[in-house]
Write a protein that binds this ligand. Structure first.
Ligand code: ATP
Ligand code: MG
Length: 579
């Protein structure tokens, strides 16, 4: 059973998870010249949040212990694999902030060596060609309570096996007609040791080796040997491979290596309301449920990058989750927390009105004609007569130096519909007929004089005045509570803003048989917003804090200055606190 884990971070301290403790012991005992780990994705999809955990662990420990980490494509199954996946995986690992040692490796570049080792096993009497059908092989494996039945080929001579294996390689068998099996123990309580298949026939071109091979090694055979070839010291994988470790060790022992690699297993990352299975994520892409692997709602690295999540936020999240052997489900709000934290001091501020309500300032020309005499010394501004615009210079961040921008203030503005209520709920701190005054961020104090409603009683426009003496100054003789954001109607730029919720309303979408039933119908809402010009002018992929609204990024695909498009990264705050 899974439970919500406490996610206790040991940040900036020596990390004491069981993997690092093992490696620390090995380093102290000088068991290896250098620590070598690897991240071994199969290029059959895009990387997801689960892979991020494995990347942070493998690359992280290598760095911490002065070692190296390889990137190795475990490309032993050509049917599902593509070059496009390889390119994107490399890009994602780099974006996360990690560097692999040398070139990226491919299990397929070891095919000659793996084939030679398969022949070695046959010669040692440790492998045989089985001509049973796949069904017979399955049925004869036995069950948990029952030993398997040996294949009729199990005791064939070395010569006969060598000849049959050569025939397999030469394409004399159709798929499913012959396999090479390790000869171990058909009665083993561990099913993985009941003569596992190590080579199979596949009449398939391979993205790296072309048509050279029509037999391909199985993952469980290729993996330990690829590790050994690369001098991997600690082969870190997820818990489902624990039962495969005896076979891993068997292969390593039978081929024989001076410095054998060791496999260690840790628990998978599971996050609530999230899917971490390439196969299921591919279904969402293939069925057009999302716009692609990089849809900002996807838990893929590509999706999270487009959403505006930061590498720092993702790495911090993995640190907080930690590494254990206990299965757990992490609260998705921890991820949002880490991302939000990484944005606080790294994003410029800006004003965007997501649900615009028009405000006409009826004394604009009077008030603005006196702006220069009434303003505080701290205010830097200029008035453009031609467009009747007061340009206010403001820093992009209140306490981090990120430069300045000019914000246009004009006769007609937009404020957010939520900032004016005819009948405000108790405790409401913004504008209402009873509380007509408020500070407009970066500029004057505004007083609403009239609201105009449509036939349904909805407020469609406000008339208001500004107090000319309040540009950078507090009003005389009264306190004005509250500050709201605003955007000039004439100088602001209409923008599409995409608001996101979790893609899945189901807490455990992998537990829902039909993935469609797990979806959240409100995962994407598009708003027609208005943003200040500096936001519209930003390059694609620029992150901002929209004052009072949250963190947003200009979309990497669809954004342009003429038609700005922003993705919501994360809300400004949340009641959630990590343990
Ligand atoms: P999927 O089921 O999504 O296809 P996989 O394990 O088959 O995942 P691989 O490309 O084989 O994907 O995985 C590469 C590495 O990432 C492996 O070492 C694997 O253990 C690790 N990994 C995959 N999913 C997770 C996860 N949820 N948490 C931690 N590590 C993971
Ligand atoms: Mg896999």
């Amino acid at each position: 059973m899974s439970e919500h884990s406490s996610n206790n971070a040991q940040k900036d301290e020596v990390k004491n998870d069981f993997i690092r403790n093992i490696i620390r012991d090995d380093v102290n005992a000088q068991r290896y010249q250098q620590i070598v780990t690897r991240f071994p994705p199969e290029p059959n999809g895009y990387l997801h949040l689960g892979h991020v955990k494995s990347i942070c662990l493998n690359f992280g420990v290598a760095k911490e212990f002065g070692g190296v980490c390889n990137l190795r494509f475990d490309d032993t199954n050509p049917t599902a694999e593509k070059q496009d996946y390889i390119d994107n995986i490399e890009n994602d690992v780099k974006w996360l902030g990690f560097e692999w040692a040398g070139e990226a490796y491919h299990a397929s570049s070891y095919f000659d060596q793996l084939h030679a080792w398969a022949i070695q096993l046959i010669e040692q009497g440790d492998a045989y060609v089985d001509l049973q059908t796949p069904e017979q092989i399955r049925d004869n494996r036995g069950s948990f309570n029952e030993a398997g039945t040996p294949s009729p080929q199990r005791d064939a001579s070395v010569e006969e096996n060598l000849a049959l294996f050569n025939d397999m390689k030469d394409g004399k068998y159709a798929e499913g007609k012959a396999v090479l099996r390790a000869k171990i123990d058909m009665a083993s309580p561990n099913m993985n040791l009941r003569d596992p298949v190590i080579y199979r026939v596949m009449h398939q071109s391979h993205h790296q080796t072309g048509d050279k091979w029509c037999i391909y090694p199985m993952y469980d055979f290729a993996h330990p040997l690829s590790d050994a070839l690369e001098g991997i010291t600690h082969s870190l994988c997820t818990l489902e491979f624990e039962d495969h470790r005896p076979f891993y060790d068997w292969v390593i022992a039978k081929i024989g290596f001076d410095v054998p690699p060791h496999q260690y297993e840790f628990s998978r990352l599971n996050v609530d309301h999230t899917l971490t299975s390439k196969r299921k994520l591919k279904q969402l892409v293939d069925e057009g449920i999302v716009s692609g692997w990089d849809d900002p709602r996807m838990p893929t690295v590509a999706g999270m990058r487009r959403r505006g999540y930061t590498p720092e936020g993702l790495r911090d999240f993995c640190e907080r989750v930690g590494v254990t052997k206990a299965d757990s489900v992490v609260d998705f709000r921890l991820l949002e927390f880490s991302v939000r934290q990484s944005l606080e001091t790294t994003t410029g501020r800006g004003m965007a009105v997501l649900k615009p309500l028009k405000v006409t300032i009826t004394n604009f020309s009077d008030a603005v004609s006196s702006w220069e005499t009434q303003k505080a010394d701290s205010v830097n501004a200029r008035f453009d007569d031609a467009t009747q615009t007061l340009w206010l210079t403001q820093p992009n961040h209140p306490n981090v130096d990120m430069g300045e921008r000019e914000i246009p203030f004009t006769e007609t503005l937009y404020i957010d519909q939520g900032d004016y209520e005819i009948e405000p709920p108790a405790g409401y701190k913004r504008l209402s007929p009873e509380k007509p005054e408020i500070r407009l961020r970066n500029t004057y104090v505004l007083a609403v004089t009239e609201h105009i409603t449509d036939e349904n009683g909805n407020v469609v426009e406000l008339k208001a005045t500004i107090d000319p003496a309040t540009l950078g100054n507090n009003p005389e003789g009264r306190k004005v509570k509250g500050v709201i954001h605003w955007v000039s109607a004439s100088q602001g730029v209409p923008a599409t803003v995409r608001m996101y919720e979790q893609l899945f309303s189901a807490e455990d979408p992998s537990g829902v048989a039909d993935v469609h039933q797990a979806l959240n119908p409100d995962s994407l809402t598009e708003l027609y917003a208005v943003v200040e010009p500096s936001l519209a002018h930003a390059d694609a992929g620029t992150r901002f804090q929209f004052e009072r609204e949250g963190y947003f990024i200009t979309d990497s695909e669809d954004h342009s200055t003429d038609k700005p498009v922003f993705n919501q990264i994360v809300s400004l705050r949340d009641s959630y606190k990590p343990a």
